[in-house]
Write a protein of this length. Structure first.
Length: 364
């Protein structure tokens, strides 16, 4: 029997590579656990109201307060005039200082809806909401509501998707396809772009050229607002909200194409806001947070981006914009991930994924 020594060397070389990859690459699967807390019905948005309770919207119309310890929930009545159509329904929800804000697809009549925002005082029995914003014009479409909310001081930021209308995102006389900035009571800040030279912009608009941003968050480190945007067939991205600027949709395609395969435009060009990180092909970027907490303190200051399509949690180190470091923490473990929240005290992470609320924590 003749043994090919060169062949044996090649096999040993590849075995060494495989062994090295298996045992030296970062693996989080043994360092954390994922635990199902409670079953829900198509949950969309969530916000901690105290250390024990989290308030959650279900797209079909219910608002629930879940006790994360007892795993029981209260259903809260409300008066929102919503239409559960396509991607619309009850969407994001946000708690601060005994008040609740919710974004939803408001029924504007004749099958038309808008991304609207309402506010109420927290009441665990019934929430009496009053509208503080409507995205105009109302549109007959079940697509791209955006709808994520974030608060910075006395400012409320919101993402208004372009409702599948493409170039409407380049029209600042219309709200769809923009980042909105209003005060938390619905009044309009006097330093919004309209009052600083963008005379044809609607007064609530902060930035234009957005497609379907389903992630929006305030960084507790640099106090900037960041967003994640769901592109077309490719072209998802993570970036910073910048006053008076334009992310370029649908002049730019961000590296993606239409679902028919036709080209949209370049990934980026001068004159438009450049994202921090792009994903081509699309991961269907959904929620976003800049992590701050004790449970995963080595992640402090890093962006955590969730996805619907590949059902992943991704971590971005972006302090050096010339060298973005991305890691996939997990993938295909809990279903399509719609929202992410960090516990305000202990830093454990909670997800809305599939039809469930999940807990992520370190193993002892």
């Amino acid at each position: 029997m003749v043994v090919d020594q060169n062949s044996l060397k090649v096999k040993k070389y590849f075995l060494l590579i495989i062994f090295t990859l298996l045992f030296t690459s970062k693996s989080y699967s043994n360092s954390y656990s994922l635990t199902k807390i409670i079953e829900l019905d198509e949950p969309w948005g969530s916000s901690f109201i105290n250390k024990d309770e989290i308030i959650i919207t279900e797209k079909s119309g219910k608002i629930k307060i879940v006790n994360i310890n007892s795993k029981r929930f209260l259903e809260v009545k409300h008066n929102l005039n919503f239409l559960n159509v396509g991607q619309g329904g009850l969407l994001d929800i946000l708690y601060k200082d005994n008040s609740i804000w919710v974004s939803y697809s408001e029924d504007r009549g004749n099958s038309k809806t808008s991304t609207s925002i309402a506010k109420a005082k927290l009441d665990k029995t019934e929430l009496n909401f009053e509208n503080i914003f409507q995205a105009n014009p109302p549109i007959d479409s079940g697509y791209h509501f955006g709808s994520r909310l974030a608060i910075k001081g006395n400012y409320l930021f919101a993402s208004a998707g372009e409702r599948g209308q493409g170039m409407i995102a380049q029209d600042p006389t219309k709200h769809p396809g923009s980042i909105i900035r209003i005060h938390t009571d619905g009044s309009i800040p006097k330093d919004n772009p309209k009052f600083l030279g963008k005379l044809n912009w609607l007064p609530e608009i902060y930035q234009i050229g957005i497609r379907n941003p389903q992630g929006l968050t305030l960084s507790p480190f640099d106090q900037k607002i960041y967003l994640s945007n769901h592109g077309a067939k490719g072209g998802d991205w993570f970036g910073e909200a910048k006053k008076g600027e334009n992310y370029g949709w649908k002049i730019l395609g961000w590296g993606g194409t239409n679902y028919t395969g036709t080209k949209i435009g370049p990934k980026w060009k001068p004159g438009f806001t450049k994202a921090i990180q792009y994903w081509v092909p699309s991961i269907a970027a959904s929620a976003l947070t800049i992590y701050k907490g004790e449970e995963f303190k080595e992640w402090n200051g890093h962006a955590l981006v969730t996805s619907l399509k590949d059902k992943s949690l991704r971590k971005l180190i972006f302090n050096d914009l010339s060298n973005i470091n991305e890691e996939i923490i997990f993938k295909n473990k809990i279903g399509r991930i719609r929202d992410i929240q960090v516990h305000p005290d202990n830093g454990k992470i909670y997800f809305l994924a599939g039809d469930n609320l999940w807990l992520m924590m370190k193993n002892n």
